[in-house]
Design a protein around this ligand. Structure first.
Ligand code: ISC
Length: 927
């Protein structure tokens, strides 16, 4: 249901709303850094990759919106300007509004109000924020913002969706997208306490959502290579404009920061913020189709051959402290064996350079990674020329006040295709001595490091499994209470780099990696996260990639534009490691990226013709955006189930009860606003889908039913589980077809065009369920039976791309006709409403919370009562959907109320506004 929101008034800023001022004194004790940490050693000592140096001498540049101000000299000349917090730190929360456009207007108007009460003080930071009720995804919003230097950097940070029993974001923030910078601190030298202190001047415990997002190189002592130069050694930004998904409604925010060190006064800061808001787009669309690319080249550093030699050397070094003399004679002197005695673990990384054509959009990759792996942190830092993105399971630490949560992750296995296989692999990992050693080194090291800076360090979970989409690890968690005088700086410098990404002992391992790795890790495996007044969270930037931004295509005059990506992965090497399985583990770790970028796995290796057809069906569904497969186990449907489980883009859930499974698919499609597919075996399994199919048909919910059938020769021959499945759902499906038993005598492209047609009908108005019935002859899944590859003719281009085979176009004339129809219908409706003297709104099943809210607002606006169906969600929630004084008259039990003649007379409408609700109250109908 859609409702125009153009006239909803923007709310004024409530006087004093969440107004927190520091007062005008230069010295302020909000979120103070402990004296010992703020004024730490002024020498140039360094530990754990971070250095304690004289205050601010290495702050290379600060950037405000588009202009970069070199402050190094200024800071050195006048060190007092960077002492103490800024003079005002404020968050103003505006009244919630309905839409994103309203939110932007409200912020612009609030900036106007701020302008008329200008601050005359030299430094400050003010965040204006407004919640709005239309659901908008932060990442989609970010993807739709203009590519504009003033709106750089772009940042995205998203927590794990299920992060165990503790350590959830206490501020209720989920995904955060930011554009532009109210503050950007970029360093070309190691991150220091003074740098942290500078960033923290703009943060306050009273404004927890003012956060600085940033990242630090893995090894700050090594100068960035060419491809990493743009990122510097570290980078922190407080975004200028943010869209945050929170546990309640989304929030749009703008931050105004001014200070002498930024070269901006209040007025300049305000106009930069306004300028940014004027450029921000309110148009948000889903853009997460798999990119259609061809891999032009792939190159590993080190090569597979070099890797084997390297691991052999490392293993000898790891053994060397047991037999130092023997080892020192054998091992190449270049590894400086004498310095490495005592090394028990080293994490060796690989860089894979991919060139793909055409260019890929970094945020599209992040979005696809997130869809596949919601149980990991996603991040992105996008600068002018390149972006650093990733999807990591590993938290370095989360700090809430003085409470610290940290985790150890190490040891790896693939996830199994079936539940049983997955469990077996998990058990094998839990009981492996080599993986235990690898994990225990990480756990013990983190514990020891925490004990140096925390009290009451406890192991919360000693050894469990953490599962990602394609990979599982050993996992442990620890908690502690930060000692007095310890800041995020000590936490970072103590914990990073953990033996999960570097080795043990840390210094030795780092020195070794420095010598042996032939590429710059950059920010891969470094800390990435955010800091606020009294909280912080940093994760370890593994499962990450550096990629060139797609250039402005117009400037390239139609020439083919490619993207260069560097994918990074590392493995822990301990005694017992084996070079080829470690190499495979590296492949596994970059598979989430490659799975998105690589076209379908070679069709020729399908074990039999059933497997080929099933692979085609599942792949084409995925290319058309259907990635959620609800599978009821069965033998006849096993080719489809195996193909879904093997397809990296697909997400599979299974349940033995087909009826419940189909309702689950229906619920998913409703909740996610994306179609789901259901796979069942033959016979009454198919009939069990009917109730959900009828609901989907009535509620216009797209579902794709893939039912396996017996071949014709087994039908009506007394075979088990053989019923007539053709047109089984009658008129309740928008489309149905019956695919014959797979055969290499038919062109296989028929299969993909059938899927294209079915999904076109499922997703065209009125949306609804579609049914593809497929007869499978034995052998079913797994059994090898050769087939003629000539049936693949015509699929060559499809196999190399990631696009669906058929593109259905809507003619422009049709779009114009629909638009005209809509305008006329809207005009007629509004005339009708204007002429009504007593109206009533009847509403049926609403799918989204903002639809329910829109109905209530409309009713309030018109002064008409609402009669909600139970499926509308309004009956049980209307007080939480809308402010109490905004709630219109809602009549829950209409039939009962109408039994009273007086009430009936007082309600009797002359105009009824209704959506798809078919059940018009009988009494109302009769009168
Ligand atoms: C260094 C990486 O993974 C670490 C984290 C978990 C498991 C690891 C392992 O099994 O080797 C690594 O220590 C990486 O993915 O690049």
């Amino acid at each position: 249901m859609e409702l125009s929101v153009a006239n909803v008034a923007t709310a004024p800023i409530p006087p004093g709303a969440t107004l927190l001022r520091r007062g005008r004194a230069a010295v302020c004790n909000l979120s103070p850094l402990p004296a010992s940490s703020l004024h730490g050693s002024s020498s140039s000592s360094s530990f754990g990759g971070f250095c304690l140096r004289p205050r601010c001498s290495r702050l290379q540049s600060f950037c405000y919106a588009s202009s970069v101000v070199s402050l190094q000299q200024m800071i050195e000349d006048s060190s007092d300007t960077v002492e103490g917090p800024v003079l005002v730190c404020e968050t103003r929360t505006l009244q919630p509004v309905l839409s994103l456009a309203n939110a932007r207007e409200a912020l612009i108007s609030a900036l106007g109000t701020l302008q008329s009460n200008a601050y005359l003080i030299p430094s400050g930071i003010v965040r204006l924020q407004v919640a709005f009720s239309v659901e908008v995804k932060a990442l989609e919003w970010l993807q739709c913002q203009p590519h504009n230097e003033q709106l750089l950097p772009r940042i995205y940070f998203s927590p794990r969706q299920e992060c165990g029993t503790y350590g959830q974001d206490v501020d209720g923030l989920k995904h955060v997208a930011g554009i532009g910078s109210a503050l950007l601190v970029k360093g070309q030298k190691p991150f220091t306490l003074a740098d942290l202190k500078y960033v923290k001047r703009f943060l306050s415990r009273d404004c927890p959502l003012i956060r600085a997002y940033g990242a630090i190189r893995f090894d700050a002592d090594i100068e960035p290579s060419e491809e990493w130069k743009e990122f510097g050694v570290f980078l922190f930004t407080i975004p200028l404009v943010e869209l945050c998904e929170s546990s309640g409604y989304p929030i749009l925010a703008v931050t105004v920061a001014w200070d002498g060190t930024l070269g901006r006064d209040f007025k300049d800061a305000l106009s930069a913020a306004k300028g940014a808001l004027f450029q921000v787009s309110d148009f948000v669309a889903t853009k997460n189709m798999n990119p259609c690319v061809t891999n032009l080249s792939k190159e590993h550093t080190p090569s597979e051959q070099a890797w084997h030699g390297l691991i052999k050397d490392v293993l000898q070094i790891l053994d060397s402290h047991e037999n130092l003399e023997a080892a020192s004679q054998e091992i190449d002197i270049k590894h400086a064996i004498y310095d490495l005695v005592g090394l028990s673990k080293v994490v060796l990384a690989r860089r894979t350079k991919l060139v793909v054509d055409p260019a890929v959009e970094p945020l599209t990759l992040v979005s696809l990674l997130q869809e596949k792996n919601p149980n990991s942190y996603q991040f992105c830092i996008q600068l002018s020329n390149s972006s650093f993105i990733g999807s990591t399971p590993e938290r370095l630490f989360y700090k809430v006040g003085t409470k610290i949560f940290s985790e150890a992750i190490a040891g790896t296995r693939a996830c199994g295709i079936t539940e049983n296989k997955d469990r077996d692999l998990g058990l094998e990992l839990l009981s492996s001595a080599k993986d235990h050693l690898e994990f225990n080194i990480v756990m013990e090291s983190i514990k020891q490091k925490l004990e140096g800076i925390c009290k009451n360090v406890k192991v919360d979970c000693y050894k469990d499994l953490i599962k990602q989409a394609n990979i599982q690890h050993l996992y442990g968690s620890l908690v502690g209470e930060l000692c007095d005088g310890i800041s995020e700086f000590e936490l970072l410098s103590e914990l990073h780099p953990t033996p999960a990404v570097c080795g043990q002992p840390q210094k030795l391992a780092k020195r070794f990696l420095n010598k042996i790795e032939q590429f710059d890790r950059g920010m891969y495996s470094g800390p990435i996260g955010w800091i606020s007044g009294e909280r912080a969270e940093f994760v370890v930037a593994i499962r990450s990639a550096l990629l060139e931004n797609p250039p402005n295509l117009a400037a390239y005059n139609g020439a083919s534009v490619v993207t260069q990506l560097f994918l990074f992965a590392g493995v822990g090497i301990v005694k017992g490691s084996e070079p080829s399985s470690e190499w495979k583990e590296l492949d596994l770790k970059i598979q989430p990226f490659e799975g998105i970028l690589q076209p379908i796995s070679p069709l020729h290796d399908a074990s039999n013709i059933n497997a080929l057809w099933s692979r085609l069906i599942i792949e084409e569904c995925c290319r058309l955006g259907i990635v959620y497969f609800c599978i009821a186990p069965g033998s006849r449907s096993s080719p489809l189930a195996v193909a879904a489980a093997e397809n990296f883009k697909a997400k599979c859930v299974s349940c033995v009860d087909e009826r419940s499974l189909a309702f689950h698919a229906l619920g998913y499609a409703r909740g996610a606003s994306k179609p789901a597919a259901v796979i069942t075996t033959s016979g009454t399994a198919v009939s069990n889908l009917l109730p959900a199919v009828v609901e989907a048909s009535e509620g216009c919910v797209p579902l794709v039913l893939l039912t396996a059938d017996r071949p014709p020769e087994l039908l009506q021959a007394g075979a088990n589980q053989s019923i007539d499945q053709i047109k089984h759902f009658g008129s309740f499906v928008r489309y149905n077809t019956n695919l014959p038993p797979p055969s290499d005598e038919m062109q296989a492209r028929v299969v993909v065009t059938t899927v294209d047609a079915a999904i076109f009908y499922a997703t065209s108005s009125p949306k609804g369920p579609v049914h593809i019935n497929i007869s499978f002859r034995e052998p079913l899944a797994g059994t090898v039976l050769s087939w003629s590859h000539s049936c693949l003719k015509g699929l060559e281009r499809w196999a190399l791309s990631s696009q669906p085979f058929t593109k259905y176009m809507t003619p422009t004339s049709e779009i114009i006709r629909q638009h005209q129809f809509l305008c006329t219908a809207m005009k007629e409706m509004s005339d009708l409403i204007d002429s009504a003297s007593r109206g009533l709104i009847l509403t049926g099943g609403l799918q989204r919370i903002e639809e329910s809210r829109a109905v209530l607002l409309l009713a309030k606006h018109l002064g008409w009562p609402v009669v909600p169906d139970i499926l509308s969600g309004i009956r049980i929630r209307h007080s939480s959907l809308i402010d109490e004084d905004e709630v219109p008259c809602v009549i829950d039990h209409f039939d009962h109320i109408l039994l009273d003649e007086d009430i009936y007379e007082s309600i009797k409408p002359d105009t009824v506004l209704q959506d798809f609700m078919k059940r018009l109250c009988k009494m109302l109908k009769n009168n």
